[in-house]
Design a binder for this molecule. Structure first.
Ligand SMILES: [Zn+2]
Ligand SMILES: [Zn+2]
Length: 160
């Protein structure tokens, strides 16, 4: 681990003499359209995630392929801010805004109904438009590591 792949070598970009950076103005998550971000130095790399550091202000940002290879990567402001290891990042918190936005796109609106989630032992209400509660919907769509599920929410232990 900690191995930086060839493409991630930090290269000072001469073509782009940016006056300062836009970290302060960036939203908490956004699809990566500007691939200069992907040339920032990677400080930690995992399978579908890369923690990259802004060369101007030193802030770290998490680049994530949220649905694995299906969609373009997104850039998230890590929580806690300034994390330098992917394992120190609170993934449910860091990815929350992204997950909620995606779910809202699908359901129109995130609204709880007075019926419980279809998962056994789950006491949360299901959302309108689905038979799952918000946490189980996140777990289904994005993976359990992004949901705030406790061990009691399901018999099985959490994966990854
Ligand atoms: Zn910056
Ligand atoms: Zn549930």
């Amino acid at each position: 681990m900690g191995e930086v792949f060839g493409y991630a070598l930090p290269m000072p970009s001469k073509a782009d003499p940016s006056p300062g950076c836009s970290c302060g103005k960036r939203p908490d998550w956004a699809t990566i359209e500007d691939d200069s971000v992907m040339r920032w130095q990677a400080v930690d790399i995992a399978e579908w995630e890369e923690l990259r550091q802004c060369p101007d202000c030193g802030a770290t940002w998490l680049a994530v392929w949220p649905e694995e290879s299906e969609s373009p990567p997104i850039l998230c402001r890590p929580k806690p801010a300034g994390a330098r290891k992917i394992r120190d990042i609170d993934h449910p918190a860091t990815m929350r805004a992204f997950c909620l936005a995606r779910i809202e796109e699908q359901l129109g609106e995130i609204k709880e109904r007075k019926a419980s989630c279809r998962k056994v032992n789950c006491k949360r209400n299901r959302l309108s438009g689905t038979t799952y509660c918000i946490e189980h919907l996140i777990a289904e769509q994005f993976g359990r590591h992004l949901a705030r599920l406790s061990a009691g929410d399901e018999g099985s232990s959490r994966t990854k």
